[in-house]
Design a protein around this ligand. Structure first.
Ligand code: BGC
Ligand code: NOJ
Length: 827
């Protein structure tokens, strides 16, 4: 069942009912000011940091769901409604929500009154601009009452929802004309305030929540709205809000447009106040209001936003026989990559914005998805991340976006972290050809005095793996590898211990983790990433260093085949007791997804047919109609030696859930191995556009990936097998966005930046006749045509570049060329 449709021409998803199976959201803002907005206008805003600088309040885990947002209320002679249906939930005569690139339009209609609200955050602007167009579509005059509403958060979101004894006494606002200023703590240590303004005269306001809503009422029945008036209240502690009140009369056919601005302002210490030393200096705020105070200026801001997205989405454009692929690649997957780049894992409807900083591995992997769009910001991000690395190659697992410093509470020793940095830096160089990043002096542990070249960072990253091997010669698993829930050194038996940070005293003298537990996943990631490091060294003419590194890769491949090949697939790990994990010999969790793809893409055991055997085992044991489960059979009890993975009921999260992030690795691997049909099958099982028809089952947004889809075992432990199979969770902020962008564009469609040029080596469904694509790459536009007359999946039979035959499938890079025509015939 569908709840809307794609409008590809406008790059929008159009939601046709407010009753989606879960709130379907969008993000506004790309620089400092961000808003989350659901299809009924729920959500919140923050500046840079969703925890430390929260601007409006939102209620996670609330009943009913999705409470807190920016609401407009209408009282039309006793009929009370919101343009976005919620929170009053009066049945509307018409409703539509269009989520677009950085904006959302919500339209509602009741009794011939139409309200169309457009929300967006302009470029280089710290505020959300909201344009409300009210139209009387009836045949006679209409007089009605209109309110805006936003609830202020007292800046620190964590404190705001816990420290009531203080917070109920601090709230302060200022009201001047049609603008309500929120200035809690501005008198003392804060140099920032927020405001909510409208470009028209108002007939009153409220700034005290209880006066507006009523202590025992809800957002669905604010007492002032019911009474058709306002309280002109001045907040004095408790919960400050901002609500404008206006009485409006529209003639038949007449429209009225109002522009509201929810802004955030920082002031220099010496300019905070007017001469009286207590009134806010509003200079900057007024300039912000001036910028968007007419419909014309609003339209210009929207046009600028569209132009920004035209540019970002104009870099990769594909035209395949599948509309769904085209809309994922050309629009939504790229859009999601930008959102994950901006927000990492901080704020969504599943991430509360107070949970975690920027992940070392997460942010590196995110680079893979957006580096082509904004290489400069990728470069800056890479340097920020590398600056938190430790001199021995180890890494802080997270860093804080405001301070850009490694987070000591979480610490390090996650065995995979350093490798992702090699992959991300290599991806940056392959995309841009900017080798100078390797010479950049980058601090260790944020200490400038310890700065060394980026190449040094890559070198210590590579050798951090080599220097931390276990008894079989495989990398130590440490606290966790990519899978945060495989904690082979925890042996945790006490509720509340964090699997991510708990150190079992048992391993104290070893430095916190077992020196026996080994990760086959990290081994395979090492053999996959290692060649990029070797490629970099070779390019720099460091032949000896390259050979030395290559030897380590070859050695690791041998070790994997000798000690981690289970006969039909690769093992997952050796636990701290030296026992195999992810082997056919195991009772549960016989096969895991994670190591398989990277081993296949490293050609480990290829001569023995390991790639095809593994792909067959995956198809047989892990694949389902909704994607590949992480492991099988699911764990049905707690395995203390494994940790968090076995705390999840089977079919959810890392315990046999469909963890879409690692599905991409198999899609890449199947494509790499020439199995284009298999790759495409897995791609289309999870790609959001393909889940649209079953949105009632999938629940989350059909335009973006979620972290997890309920696996085939979901509910089996409680006799409900199949009930939540296919149900999505944790949408938006996931490494799945970047990796599936890589899987479809670089592996299936095969357009892959390489050190020496653009490689084009598709692995597509045999039924396709081919496809075309354009790709901007290092200043040139590549017009690519793929022909598939023999209906194969993979194999470049011939390549013609600008009319001349070229061997292989890498279009050599020629400096200064502006346009390159590439024609490839598969066969
Ligand atoms: C989740 C993981 C996540 C980890 C760290 C675990 O509870 O299952 O997906 O990576 O927490 O936040
Ligand atoms: C989500 C985390 O953000 C990511 O870093 C991790 O790899 C996966 N969960 C798997 O546990």
């Amino acid at each position: 069942m569908k709840f809307g449709h794609f409008d590809d021409a406008n790059r929008e998803y159009v939601i046709e009912t407010p009753r989606t199976p879960y709130p379907w959201i969008n993000y506004l803002g790309t620089q400092g000011f961000f808003s989350l907005i659901s299809n009924t206008a729920g959500g919140y805003s923050f500046y840079k940091d969703a925890r430390l600088r929260r601007i409006t309040r939102y209620r996670y885990n609330n009943v009913p769901i999705d409470m807190g947002g920016r609401y407009f209320y209408i009282n039309d002679n006793g009929t009370i409604w919101n343009p976005g249906w919620s929170p009053v939930k009066t049945e509307l005569d018409a409703y539509e929500c269009r989520h677009g690139m950085g904006y959302t339009i919500i339209k509602g209609k009741k009794n011939d009154l139409k309200a169309e609200v457009t929300f967006f955050v302009p470029q280089d602007y710290d505020g959300e601009v909201q344009q409300v167009v009210l139209t009387n579509e009836g045949k006679s005059d209409k007089t009605f009452k209109f309110w805006s509403f936003a609830e202020w958060c007292l800046w620190d979101a964590q404190d705001d929802c816990t420290n009531f004894q203080r917070n109920f006494s601090t709230g302060r606002v200022e009201i001047v004309g049609s603008t309500i200023y929120h200035k809690t703590e501005y008198r003392d240590r804060r140099n920032h305030f927020a405001f909510y303004s409208v470009n028209d005269k108002i007939d009153g306001y409220d700034t005290d929540r209880d006066t507006f809503i009523g202590l025992y009422n809800g957002f669905n029945d604010p007492q002032q709205v019911t009474a058709g008036k306002c309280g002109n209240s001045l907040a004095d502690g408790w919960s400050p809000i901002a609500s404008h009140y206006k009485e409006i009369t529209l003639k038949a056919g007449e429209s009225k447009t109002l522009v509201f601005i929810l802004g955030y302002v920082e002031m220099p210490q010496d300019k905070k106040f007017e001469a009286d030393g207590k009134t806010i200096n509003k200079e900057k705020a007024l300039a912000m209001m001036e910028k968007y105070n007419t419909p014309e200026k609003f339209a210009a801001g929207m046009a600028e936003l569209r132009a920004y997205w035209d540019k970002l989405l104009g870099i990769i454009n594909v035209n395949t026989p599948e509309d769904k692929v085209n809309r994922m690649v050309n629009i939504w997957n790229q859009y999601q990559c930008m959102v994950t780049f901006n927000l990492s894992r901080s704020a969504s409807y599943f991430e509360s914005g107070i949970g975690r900083g920027m992940g070392f591995r997460d942010s590196n992997q995110d680079i893979l998805g957006f580096v082509h769009q904004i290489p400069d910001r990728a470069r800056e991000r890479l340097i920020d991340i590398a600056s938190t690395q430790l001199p021995d190659g180890g890494c802080y697992h997270q860093y804080q976006p405001l301070t850009k410093k490694g987070n000591a509470d979480i610490g390090g020793d996650f065995s995979d972290d350093p490798l992702w940095m090699i992959l991300a830096v290599a991806a940056y160089i392959k995309e841009t050809g900017d080798w100078s990043i390797l010479d950049e002096k980058v601090p260790y542990d944020n200490d400038e005095s310890k700065a060394k070249s980026m190449l040094d960072h890559l070198t210590v990253s590579f050798y951090h793996i080599v220097k931390n091997l276990g008894p079989h010669g495989l990398p130590l698993a440490m606290r966790a590898d990519w899978n945060d829930c495989i904690n082979l050194s925890c042996f945790s038996d006490t509720p509340g211990e964090s699997f991510q940070t708990y150190t079992n005293p048992k391993f104290k003298k070893e430095g916190g983790y077992s020196k026996v537990a080994e990760s086959v996943f990290v081994a395979a990631l090492f053999t996959y990433v290692g060649p990029s490091f070797v490629g970099i060294l070779n390019h720099l003419g460091k032949k000896k260093d390259a050979e030395k590194a290559q030897k380590e890769i070859d050695k690791m491949k041998k070790v994997i085949m000798d000690s981690a090949w289970d006969g039909n697939w690769f093992l997952r790990a050796y636990d701290a007791n030296g026992q195999k994990m992810g082997s056919n010999e195991c009772e549960e969790g016989k096969i895991f997804i994670e190591p398989q793809g990277f081993a296949i893409m490293s050609d480990v055991g290829k001569e023995q047919g390991a790639d095809k055997k593994t792909l067959a085992a995956i198809d047989e044991r892990l694949n389902t109609q909704h994607g590949l489960v992480l492991n099988n059979p699911a764990f049905s009890k707690y395995y203390i030696q494994y940790g968090e993975i076995s705390t999840y009921p089977g079919g959810y999260k890392e315990n046999a859930g469909i963890f879409t992030h690692n599905n991409a690795w198999i899609i890449c691997a199947a494509a790499y191995a020439g199995e284009g049909d298999q790759a495409f099958k897995y791609y289309s099982e999870i790609a959001p556009a393909y889940t649209e028809e079953t949105s009632d089952i999938h629940k989350t947004e059909p335009y973006v990936y979620g972290q997890m889809i309920g696996g085939k075992d979901a509910g089996s432990d409680i006799g409900q097998t199949g009930k939540n199979f296919g149900q999505g969770k944790n949408s938006w902020l996931t490494g799945t966005a970047a990796w599936n962008m890589v899987a479809i564009s670089q592996y299936i469609l095969g357009i892959q930046p390489d050190f020496d040029g653009l490689k084009v080596d598709p692995s597509i469904p045999a039924s396709w006749n081919g496809f075309t694509a354009t790709r901007l790459f290092r200043g040139a536009k590549y017009n690519i045509t793929i022909k598939n007359p023999s209906h194969v999946c993979k194999g470049v039979k011939s390549m013609v570049v600008d009319g001349k035959a070229v061997d292989g499938c890498v279009v050599p890079f020629v400096e200064g060329k502006k346009e390159v025509n590439v024609e490839i015939t598969l066969g």
